[in-house]
Ligand binder design. Sequence first.
Ligand code: FE2
Ligand code: FE2
Length: 163
Amino acid sequence: MATQDNGVKSVTIGNLESAFAGESMAHIKYRYFAKLARAAGAEDVAKVFEDTADQEVMHAFGHLDLLYPKAQMTPAKALEIAIEGEVYEYTTMYPQFRHLAIEEGNSAAVAEFDEQIEESKVHAAAFQRTLEIAAKRFAALANVEERHANHYKATLAKLTAAA
Ligand SMILES: [Fe+2]
Ligand SMILES: [Fe+2]
């Protein structure tokens, strides 16, 4: 995540992360409310929730544009960030939540967290596989670029010698 030059995370970056979380939650919540409204026969209400949910996605994207600027991102970097998030979920977050759910005797939540631990493992593994395949492709591309650069340098040297 973006930090200031002194390595300290700025207040504004923290606020953008919070705002991104809020807009993302609003998006999913409105989708869920739309589902409930439709099941209750309130199609007009469902539509308003879905239209607003679409707007929240755009708000969240706006925050992401500042948190992960396009100029600083590559597909490989995006995969690394995604893997980090999924690994955090199944190694730290959900195990902690699971432990506390057991203490509170909430077996439905324990089952939910167990399911999410498995899902996060699957997601992390899929991203990892994709990254490994992509890494080979990026390395191959870098080789081609290096060959082109060397060819250019050799041609330039010949021209310079001939001049
Ligand atoms: Fe919003
Ligand atoms: Fe996931």
